[in-house]
Ligand binder design. Structure first.
Ligand SMILES: *[C@@H]1O[C@H](CO)[C@@H](O)[C@H](O)[C@H]1NC(C)=O
Ligand SMILES: *[C@@H]1O[C@H](CO)[C@@H](O)[C@H](O)[C@H]1NC(C)=O
Ligand SMILES: *[C@@H]1O[C@H](CO)[C@@H](O)[C@H](O)[C@H]1NC(C)=O
Ligand SMILES: *[C@@H]1O[C@H](CO)[C@@H](O)[C@H](O)[C@H]1NC(C)=O
Ligand SMILES: *[C@@H]1O[C@H](CO)[C@@H](O)[C@H](O)[C@H]1NC(C)=O
Ligand SMILES: *[C@@H]1O[C@H](CO)[C@@H](O)[C@H](O)[C@H]1NC(C)=O
Ligand SMILES: *[C@@H]1O[C@H](CO)[C@@H](O)[C@H](O)[C@H]1NC(C)=O
Length: 626
């Protein structure tokens, strides 16, 4: 299926639309004037005879097709200047994206006529010359991205007049002069890096990270003079700060700012427990959103420390593809206009009200741990509940283990499997420590584990089980990851999380899945199968054939198998606590001090539970070495 739908189309799929066959004739002509006067290598289907609103690539009209409101033509092979008096006639235009083209010339000043612009994306072109001297007309502008061009000259202070600005990138240009004191409280993302700016970082901008300003004149390392001793140095009275002083101020104020923000957060957190305390984007009219249900506060709620800047509208217009269908909903990969890619989970069967949902999201969204995939944002309305996560391009552990089996796939090596196990165990331990030590994940499985930047396991999708309508397992025997005592998905416990994690460990060891996967292998009852192999006749055949190529790992595999078996103990009270599991998994590597000979066999047989003591010996002497 080559067709890419937008998120909007997915949400509206099945809804009958009766569109009036009107179209904005003047806007259409403006677009035709544009396209016929600029070189482009991508073939656009902008045909005079077809409807500009229904068919034209990259063009979006408003609800009643009376005006064009968005033009998105990234990477369309444009060359040369933007023809004058063409796009500027689209007076209702809100989004203009011409990023990643080869457009040159100076800043197209007639774009300043587009007073309704909300997002302007011109990054990765060849524009040169000065930036506009007066930005004030763009009263509604929220995202301005002019990065990766050749703009020179200084940044006009009038940019402070963009009171709705949430994201500004002027990075990778040739800008010089001072940074104006951009007093724009709504600004959440700022990138001025890699220019030739000088002077002091203004107070109002000290809340942004260092990286926002790096690669400029006043912060280059080799120009830093040695730091004078603080007490003996004579006070400077000149208005120019030394570069080291600037650096000091930046660092010092960052710390101060950080502490004050932290305090502020704690205070506001206390003050308005149940209010909407998280950062949200402000000030944009979303009246056109048909499914918004006129709920006044249905908007995307972002969590602290999140650099994402988009709104519901951007999300809905993102091109989306299905990543997977899970117990609680379908997950999509959504590629936003500004090249941000996120994973969006669309929940079905939410069984609780808004308040309870938001409370749970508050807990989940504030969990930050290197082994827990952060929830970035969520959206709640009567009809739609969406959760936004980071997108992991390597896919889930399930995909890493099972995708393309039998074909020429890159095997998942043992090192990585161990790191997945350690990371995931730590993540679960952290989750269990939340909410006063009462927090349960409820849906641990390989497709909810991803690899973090250091290739350790990272747990996703927590805290949903209690929000959902109960899902009764179709038959008690086909449990998959579910502990035998769990008959109602809402009744998951810490012990059942440990059980599910044990199944994941078995999956890492055997390469077999307890549930149907896209790899299309045979589904087995993993726990029962492993039990039977271990009980009846021990051979190396329990382990994934892909692992056979790695020498000297049998001891570690057996150790992990023992841990897995203790986790999937039938009685909940016989299973170890996740903290103990973390310890045991970590000890696998420190056990025999790295890769020693597998036949060393010095491990005390009673140091680990369950399996018969001679297992180590048998596996050591079996012929699984290749
Ligand atoms: C179309 O909708 C806009 C608001 O989105 C409104 O201002 C305009 O009058 C409408 N035009 C027609 C022809 O209905
Ligand atoms: C702009 O691009 C066009 C087409 O690639 C080229 O002919 C022209 O010389 C360029 N102008 C400048 C100022 O770089
Ligand atoms: C900006 O670059 C142009 C050449 O592209 C040059 O003529 C102009 O003097 C530069 N302006 C500044 C302020 O450096
Ligand atoms: C902001 O805009 C007003 C007029 O809209 C203008 O008078 C003022 O100079 C602008 N501010 C800056 C900092 O340029
Ligand atoms: C601006 O564009 C750059 C380059 O594509 C991108 O890395 C950055 O995330 C963009 N920022 C915003 C706010 O659009
Ligand atoms: C950066 O600015 C300095 C003076 O402030 C100038 O000497 C230097 O040539 C500039 N570099 C670039 C790449 O424009
Ligand atoms: C900006 O947005 C507001 C609503 O948020 C809208 O009323 C107005 O027409 C828009 N355009 C300008 C130029 O202010």
């Amino acid at each position: 299926m080559g067709i890419k739908l937008t998120f909007l189309q997915i949400l509206l799929y099945g809804t009958l639309f009766i569109l009036a066959k009107t179209e904005p004739v003047e806007d259409k002509q403006a677009l035709l004037d544009f396209i016929t006067n600029i070189f482009h290598s991508r073939n656009l289907n902008w045909n005079e005879r077809t409807s500009v609103c229904d068919n034209w690539i990259g063009v979006t009209c408003n609800q009643n097709n009376s005006r064009v409101i968005a033009v998105r033509l990234p990477a369309s092979g444009f060359r040369g200047n933007i023809p004058l008096n063409t796009l500027s006639r689209l007076s209702e235009l809100q989004i203009l994206s011409l990023r990643s083209n080869g457009i040159n010339g100076t800043f197209p000043s007639d774009l300043l006529k587009l007073g309704n612009l909300i997002g302007l994306y011109l990054q990765y072109n060849d524009f040169h010359g000065p930036l506009p001297s007066d930005f004030s007309v763009w009263k509604n502008l929220s995202v301005l991205n002019l990065s990766h061009n050749f703009f020179n000259g200084s940044i006009s202070p009038s940019i402070s007049n963009l009171t709705q600005l949430t994201a500004l990138s002027l990075a990778n240009n040739l800008l010089e002069g001072d940074i104006p004191d951009l007093n724009v409280p709504s600004l959440q993302y700022l990138d001025l890096s890699n220019n030739n700016l000088t002077g002091v970082v203004p107070r109002s901008l000290l809340r942004f990270p260092f990286s926002s300003f790096s690669g400029n004149n006043f912060l280059t390392e080799n120009s830093l003079p040695p730091v004078p001793p603080p007490t003996t140095a004579p006070r400077r009275h000149s208005s120019k700060f030394s570069e080291s002083a600037i650096l000091g101020i930046v660092i010092g104020s960052c710390v101060v700012a950080f502490v004050s923000i932290a305090l502020l957060l704690i205070v506001t957190n206390r003050k308005k427990k149940n209010d909407d305390i998280t950062t949200t984007k402000k000030g944009k009219s979303k009246k056109r959103m048909v499914f918004e249900n006129q709920e006044s506060n249905s908007r995307i709620t972002f969590f602290e420390g999140c650099n994402l800047a988009f709104d519901l509208e951007d999300l809905l217009r993102a091109s989306a593809e299905v990543l997977g269908k899970g117990t609680f909903g379908t997950t999509y990969k959504a590629a936003l206009e500004d090249a941000t890619v996120v994973a969006v989970k669309r929940l079905r069967e939410v069984g609780v009200g808004k308040k309870e949902f938001e409370q749970q999201m508050e807990i989940v969204g504030n969990i930050r741990h290197e082994n827990v995939a952060p929830l970035r944002a969520y959206y709640y309305s009567k009809d739609e509940k969406l959760m936004v996560y980071d997108y992991y391009n390597r896919g889930s552990v399930s995909a890493l283990l099972h995708a393309k089996r039998g074909e020429n796939r890159i095997p998942l090596d043992w090192e990585t499997r161990l790191k997945i196990a350690v990371g995931a165990a730590k993540g679960i331990a952290h989750i269990h420590s939340q909410n006063g030590g009462k927090f349960v994940h409820g849906n641990i499985k390989a497709s909810n584990i991803f690899l973090n930047s250091k290739h350790y396991g990272s747990i996703c999708d927590l805290g949903l089980a209690t929000l959902m309508n109960p899902i009764t397992p179709p038959g008690i025997r086909t449990t998959g990851y579910r502990a035998p005592e769990v008959t109602d998905t809402r009744k998951a416990s810490m012990a059942s999380d440990v059980y599910s994690f044990g199944v994941v460990l078995l999956e890492l060891l055997t390469g077999k899945s307890p549930i149907p996967t896209s790899g299309g292998e045979e589904v087995i009852q993993l726990v029962r199968w492993v039990h039977s192999v271990v009980r009846e006749e021990w051979t190396g055949e329990v382990f994934d054939v892909e692992l056979l190529r790695y020498p000297n790992i049998e001891e570690e595999m057996v150790a992990l198998l023992q841990i897995a078996m203790s986790c999937v103990a039938r009685m909940p009270e016989q299973r170890p606590k996740i903290g103990e599991v973390v310890k045991m998994v970590e000890e696998i590597r420190s056990f025999h001090g790295g890769h020693n000979s597998p036949s060393a066999g010095t491990r005390s047989p009673d140091s680990t539970p369950t399996l018969t003591p001679n297992v180590t010996h048998e596996i050591g002497s079996s012929s699984i070495n290749t």
